[in-house]
Each structure stands twice: as C-alpha cells, then as structure tokens.
Ligand binder design. Sequence first.
Ligand SMILES: [Zn+2]
Length: 260
Amino acid sequence: MKIAVVSPHRGDAAFALDLTVAAWLEQGHAIEVMSCFTRSEFAPYSDVRSVHANDRVSFVTAVRKREEEAWRKRFGAAKLAITDLNVKDAPIRLHCSPEEVFGRPADVSEKVLSKVRRALEGSKAGAVVLPLGLSGHVDHVSARDAALSVLALADLPTAFYEELPDAAAAGAEGAIEGAVHALSLSLQCELQPVYATEPRQTNDAIVEAVQSKRRAAWCYDSQIDEAVTTQIAEFCQRYQGRERLWVNAAWLRGGMLMHE
Ligand SMILES: [Zn+2]
C-alpha cells in the first residue's frame, strides 16, 4: 500500500512518526512524506545570524533540506520518498513573526495551498496521514484542512498524528482531546486511537524506541535543543514505545496498519 504523510514543515513527520514510518517500511509499504512549507528562515540553532539577511531564506531552506535527507537515510534502501512542495512558511508568506503563527486563522483558499491539494490528488495513496493541528500553528492547520478539502474521507483510510513536541507539553492531553473532538465533529466520524505496532514488552525495548526517536529528532538540530529532543524522544514511553494515531472508520475497516 502507498501511504501519504503530510508534514507541514520538515521534521514534523519525523518527530511524530519515526517509529511508525520504520514499521510501515519494514512491512513493505511505500511512504511518501509531503513536506509543505519548506521555504523558511526559521532555524534558531543554526548560525543563520551570521548570514546576510538577503541570503537567510536560501541558507535555512538548504540546511533544513539536508536535515530531512539525513532522516530519510536512516531507513537505508527502504522506500521513503520525500516530496518538497516548496511553499513559503507562515512568517515569510503571511509577514508575521514566528510567535504570531499560533492560533492565526487558516485560509484554505490561499492560492499556494493548491500545491498540497495537487500533491495529494496526484499521489494515488491508499491511505493518508495528517497532523492533528495541536498547536494551532497556521501552517499545520492550513496543510491539514487543504488536505481534508480534497480527500474522500468516507472511503479513504485517514489518520491524524500527535505533533511533537506539542503533544508532550504540560496539559497537552486536553489539546489532543479537543483537536480529536473538533475533527470528529467536522468529519462526522468518531476518530479512534490506534498504533502501528504492538506495545513493546520489555523496558529495554522501550528504551530502544526512545533512542531511535532521539536519533531521528537530532537529524533536525537547527530546530530543537537538547531538552526538546528529550521531550520528543521520551514521549513514546507513555504508549509503551509507540506513537498514537487517530483514525477514521475507513482506516478501521481496512483493518491493516494498526494495533489497538
Ligand atoms: Zn511544524
């Protein structure tokens, strides 16, 4: 089966779904990660400040592309495809500060979002995985809603992932519940929690999952520091070394790609 994963920014899919992607690739599925808002000057842990203002977007865009390539290479010869939709991220596109991207209303009629729609329509994927939109980051909500506007959800297995580090923040349980509830209402489908893998049985096996996530997150070291890397890595402990997905009825009917 071909599975399309929408990653608003480079790193979103890796942070939230590294273990899931590994498991699906091992099962022989083809995965296409669609990285949407890849033109960016957001790289707080890079040396972007030493770069001339006119060159920052190309500098950061290239740094982040290399980071994602490093993540892709972790899977070796397995078939992880990454598509770069090459859209400007919110601060550049909407002329706002990096702090103003949260809770800003998303406008799915934005012309650039047709790239997301076209990519999904052209992908011929048998299942689609989208961000929950936990933080309210306008790029996450825009990518999610642009995708939802073209997918025939009644028949298409569709899942939503818990973005990290957002899902690991204090009090995020409520944000997850709220996002799942709102999506269930708008999709008229009760989303259910599932996992791509079985729970890891031993403490060693869970530690191994945490280490794997730490290595995946560290691929993106222009984006996160040590503390956030640890938050991302250790989040899978609460699911016994797994990542949780919220899925629609078509996904459940398919009966594959999941454990309860
Ligand atoms: Zn993001």
